[in-house]
Design a protein around this ligand. Structure first.
Ligand code: MCA
Ligand code: AMP
Length: 504
C-alpha cells in the first residue's frame, strides 16, 4: 500500500509535476527522487514507523521530494518554516520529538546549532535529484491510518499544538477539494504560500499533485513578480489569503495604465481564484473582480479539519459568505449548551468527517477537549442565512488572525513577560486594513524603564515568528481588569488609538 499521492502520480509519470527556478520536474522525477530520499532515511531499516522527521527547505522540487520521501519511508513529516527564528524551530523539533532534521544546504548552518542543542542530527541536502536506481528501494506499506504530518497551530493554549493528520485525513482533505473545485490534469497553479500550513500544503501543493496538474512554485510572495508571472504564460488557478489579494490590488493601482491593462488581461485565462484563511473583506472581493474579472471563491477551513465550507465553483458566490459544506464534510452550529441551533441563529461551527484530524500530538487532554460526540469544536461562530454560512468571529479573544496566520495572544504575552523592562502586558488583535488583524501589545513598563516600540519589535522577532511580533504597542500605567483581576481585552482593544499605522 502506498500513500494516495504516490499512487496517483504513477498514473501520469511523464506529466510535469513541479516547476521551480525555471526547472521542470515530472511525476516520474518526483517518484524517483522521493524513493531515493526514503531509501536514505530508512538506511537499511524496514519502516520509519512514524518517526518524526522535521524538514527545512525553501519551496521547490527538493521540498516536495523530501516530504514524499518521509511519507514513503513511513515517517511523519514535520515542516519547519524557513522564515522562523531559531526558538520557533527548537520548539517544534523538541515538541514533535523529531529524530532528524533534513535541511537544505542554504539553511543548514542556521538550524544546525538548534538541532544539535536538541540532540538531533541534521542531514544536509543539496537539491534532490531523480535517482535512476531508486525503483529497487524496498519501501514499507503505508495504510491510510498511518500518521503522515504534524502541522503546528496556535490556539487558546499558550504554545502551539501539533495537529496530527493521517494519510487518510490528507486524502479526504484533498479529494473533497479536487471534486468541489474541479481540479484537472490540465490545471496549472502558481504557489506563493508558506509550506508549513495546510493552505499551502494541502489546498495548493497536494491538490495539484493529486490531480496530475502542474504546481509552479515561487520562493515567496512579491506582488510585482506575481503579476508578471501571470503575464508570462497561462495559469489556470491561484489561491491566497486576503492580504495577498490586497497587495496585488495595491501593486496594480501603482502601475502605469499600460501595465495595468496587460496584468488584467493576463487573468482572463484563469478558471478559478480562491481566497481563504481569514475573512475576505467585501471591498477586496469587489476591487479584485473589477481588476481581474474574477469573483473570488471564498472558503473556510482550519488546520485540524482541512477545508469545511466553500462557495460553489458554479453558481452564486455571495460576498461575506463562505458557502456550504464540502462533499463528505458534516457541519453543524451549536449553542453554548452544545445543542444545534435553528437556521438564522448564531452558533459554534462543529465539524465531522474523514478529513478531521485525530489528535494533537502528545496532548490527550487538549484532544479530548476539542471534540464533543465525535464533532470537532472549531471555536468559530457562524450563522446560516439563505442556505449559506457567514462567519461571525471566534469564541476566544486570544486567537488573532494576521495576514492569514493564526497566532495566540497568550503565547506572545508569555514571551513579552520575559523582557526585563516589562512588568505586565496583554496582547490583542486590532482590525487592520492590510493584515485583517494586527498584533497589538499593551505594556506596563517596570518603573524607570521605557522600552521603545522599535526595539521591542526587534526583540520579539528574535524569539517569535515575525507575524507574532506585535506591530503596535501601547504604554499604560495599568491594564484594565475585571473584578476577578482578569484583563478585559475587549475594553483594552478600545484604548488603542484608531487609524494608527502599523510598524511595517
Ligand atoms: C509578514 N509580516 C507579517 C505577516 N507576514 N506581519 C503580520 N502578519 C503577517 N501575516 C511582517 C514581515 O515579516 C515584515 O516585518 C512585515 O510584516 C512586512 O513584510 P513583507 O515582506 O511585506 O511580508 P511578506 O513576507 O510578503 O508576507 C506577507 C504575506 C504572508 C505574503 C501575506 O503573511 C503570507 O504568506 N501569509 C499567508 C499565510 C498563510 O498561508 N496562512 C494559511 C494558514 P518587518 O517589516 O518588521 O520585517 S491558515 C490555514 O492553513 C487554514 C487551514 C486555512 O483556512 O487556510
Ligand atoms: P488555522 O488554525 O491557522 O488553520 O486557521 C483556521 C482559522 O482561520 C479558522 O478557525 C478561522 O478562524 C479562520 N478562517 C479560515 N478561513 C476563513 C474565512 N474564509 N473566513 C473567516 N475566517 C476564516
Amino acid at each position: 500500500m502506498e500513500p494516495g499521492l504516490v499512487k496517483q502520480a504513477r498514473q501520469h509519470p511523464d506529466r510535469t509535476a513541479v516547476l521551480a527556478e525555471s526547472a521542470r520536474f515530472s511525476y516520474r522525477d518526483l517518484l524517483r527522487a522521493s524513493a531515493g530520499v526514503a531509501g536514505r532515511l530508512l538506511h537499511g531499516a524496514a519502516d520509519l514507523e512514524e518517526k518524526r522527521v522535521a524538514f527545512l527547505l525553501p519551496p521547490g522540487f527538493s521540498h516536495v521530494a523530501i516530504q514524499w520521501g518521509i511519507w514513503r519511508a513511513g515517517g511523519i513529516a514535520v515542516p519547519l518554516c524557513i522564515a522562523h527564528p531559531p526558538p520557533e524551530w527548537e520548539y517544534v523539533i523538541r515538541d514533535s520529538g523529531a529524530c532528524l532534521v533534513v535541511a537544505h544546504k542554504s539553511l543548514a548552518e542556521r538550524i544546525r546549532p538548534v538541532a544539535l542543542g536538541c540532540d538531533v542530527a541534521v542531514a544536509v541536502i543539496e537539491d534532490a535529484s531523480p535517482e535512476p536506481d531508486s525503483a529497487s528501494v524496498r519501501l514499507p506499506s503505508i495504510p491510510p491510518s498511518r500518521r503522515a504530518m504534524i502541522v503546528y497551530t496556535s490556539g487558546t493554549t499558550s504554545r502551539p499544538k501539533g495537529v496530527v493528520s493521517t494519510h487518510g485525513n490528507l486524502q479526504a482533505q484533498i479529494e473533497t477539494l479536487v471534486q468541489a473545485w474541479g481540479w484537472q490534469p490540465q490545471d496549472r497553479i502558481l504557489h506563493v504560500l508558506p509550506l508549513h500550513h495546510v493552505h499551502g500544503i494541502v489546498n495548493v501543493l497536494c491538490c495539484a499533485l493529486w490531480s496530475g496538474a502542474i504546481c509552479e512554485m515561487l520562493p515567496g510572495f512579491e506582488a510585482g513578480q506575481v503579476w508578471e508571472r501571470f503575464v508570462r504564460s497561462p495559469l489556470t488557478l491561484f489561491m491566497a489569503v486576503p492580504t495577498v489579494y490586497s497587495r496585488l490590488i495595491a501593486a496594480w493601482e501603482d502601475a502605469p495604465p499600460s501595465r495595468r491593462k496587460v496584468w488584467s488581461q493576463a487573468c482572463a485565462g484563469m478558471r478559478l481564484m480562491v481566497s481563504g484563511s481569514t475573512a475576505l473583506p467585501v471591498h477586496v472581493l469587489e476591487k479584485w473582480q473589477r481588476i481581474s474579472g474574477h469573483r473570488l471563491l471564498e472558503r473556510y477551513g482550519m488546520t485540524e479539519i482541512g477545508m469545511a465550507l466553500s462557495n460553489p465553483l458554479e453558481g452564486e458566490r455571495r460576498a461575506g459568505y463562505v458557502g456550504t459544506p464540502l462533499p463528505g464534510v458534516e457541519v453543524r452550529l451549536v449553542d453554548d449548551q452544545g445543542k444545534p441551533v435553528e437556521c438564522g441563529t448564531p452558533g459554534e461551527i462543529q465539524v465531522k468527517g474523514p478529513g478531521v484530524f485525530g489528535e494533537y500530538w502528545r496532548r490527550p487532554e487538549e484532544t479530548r477537549a476539542a471534540f464533543t460526540d465525535g464533532w470537532f469544536r472549531t471555536g468559530d461562530v457562524a450563522v446560516v442565512e439563505k442556505g449559506s454560512y457567514r462567519i461571525l468571529g471566534r469564541r476566544s479573544v486570544d486567537i488573532i488572525k494576521t495576514g492569514g496566520f493564526k497566532v495566540s495572544a497568550l503565547e506572545i504575552e508569555e514571551v513579552l513577560r520575559t523582557h526585563p523592562d516589562i512588568a505586565e502586558c496583554a496582547v490583542v488583535g486590532l482590525p487592520d486594513r492590510e493584515w485583517g488583524e494586527c498584533v497589538a501589545a499593551a505594556l506596563v513598563p517596570r518603573s524607570g524603564r521605557s522600552p521603545s516600540p522599535e526595539r521591542l519589535r526587534l526583540w520579539a522577532k528574535a524569539r517569535l515568528a515575525v507575524y507574532k511580533a506585535p506591530q503596535r504597542f501601547l504604554r499604560m500605567d495599568s491594564l484594565p481588569r475585571n473584578l476577578m483581576g482578569k484583563v478585559n481585552k475587549r475594553e483594552l482593544a478600545k484604548q488603542f488609538p484608531p487609524e494608527e499605522s502599523t510598524a511595517s
